[in-house]
Design a binder for this molecule. Structure first.
Ligand SMILES: [Fe+2]
Ligand SMILES: [Fe+2]
Length: 290
């Protein structure tokens, strides 16, 4: 598994391009006006899932910052990457954010507080190094790994939120807000997975080594930039009952990452840095509540 086995480059690039074209054609950005915001019981809905909506709205709206981070991190991306994040991914995610934010405002909550402009110093350093082609591939690999784990988390979380809303009898928003959003996430995940597999197969041993080290140091759950947000994420895990089945959740979120990066350590299972990040989130949420 650790030897380099480049995929058939041309057919891989072709598949990736077709995938992005299909996503753009089949999934135009959702429209807020198409959502039926009728709720049965705003108080109960807010109590159960208000903070979940707020968290997800923030993360979705912060894609504007993610695009700035990407341009800092990857000064010279392949055309298919740029096409994906600028023309397909960003327009879709922003609409997810607007719909979720509107829903929480309908419940009487304040809109999400977002940071759409600050790009961290660490990313700028990566970006400076990425002017060297061999290093840019390392940075790109980290970008795909982050994309895979965040999009997979989104798919799973929206499924749980959708079911939770139905349980509360909130059919209108489950079916006209969350269901359409969750249908757009698997295509994002597929893009990152295809990209990650393609790039990993071309990396030299030193690049793979560096990817593993940097990933161990930089992994964080989706939308977490500081300890407060890590505790917020713990609250989301509790509200969606992810904390009760965290092992399974983490396994699904990192399935391909474990396979690509850590297969040479047979039987390692889920990477320790991922397990730690998720249990820290639950622990911090508990400490903050107490
Ligand atoms: Fe999204
Ligand atoms: Fe997404």
């Amino acid at each position: 598994m650790s030897e380099r086995r480049p995929l058939d480059r041309r057919s891989h690039d072709q598949r990736l391009r077709e995938h992005v074209e299909r996503l753009g054609a089949e999934h135009p950005p959702l429209r807020v006006d198409d959502v039926d915001f009728t709720v049965r019981d705003a108080r109960v809905l807010d109590d159960r899932f208000g903070h979940v909506l707020d968290y997800m709205a923030r993360v979705e709206l912060e894609v504007d910052r993610n695009v700035l981070e990407l341009t800092a991190m990857l000064p010279d991306p392949p055309e298919v990457d740029r096409h994906f994040y600028a023309d397909v991914w960003q327009p879709q995610e922003v609409q997810h954010g607007r719909i979720l934010d509107r829903l929480q405002v309908e419940l009487g909550r304040p809109p999400a507080v977002t940071d759409t402009t600050s790009v961290g110093a660490k990313l700028r350093v990566l970006g400076a190094l990425a002017h060297l082609d061999a290093f840019q591939d390392v940075v790109r690999m980290l970008y795909y790994l982050t994309g895979m784990s965040t999009e997979r988390s989104a798919v799973l979380a929206y499924n749980l939120l959708h079911d939770g809303l139905l349980e509360l009898g909130e059919r209108a928003v489950a079916e006209t807000a969350i269901a359409p959003i969750k249908r757009q996430e698997p295509g994002h995940y597929a893009f990152y997975q295809l990209s990650a597999r393609g790039l990993w197969s071309t990396l030299a041993p030193w690049q793979r080594w560096l990817v593993r080290r940097l990933r161990e140091r930089s992994f964080g759950p989706v939308g977490v930039n500081d300890r407060d947000q890590l505790a917020d994420f713990g609250d989301v895990m509790n509200a969606l009952a992810i904390s009760e089945r965290a092992d399974d959740f983490v396994r699904q979120v990192t399935r391909v990452e474990s396979e690509l990066l850590w297969a040479h350590r047979a039987g390692l299972g889920v990477p320790g840095y991922v397990v730690r990040a998720f249990s820290d989130a639950v622990e911090l949420a508990r400490a903050r509540a107490a």
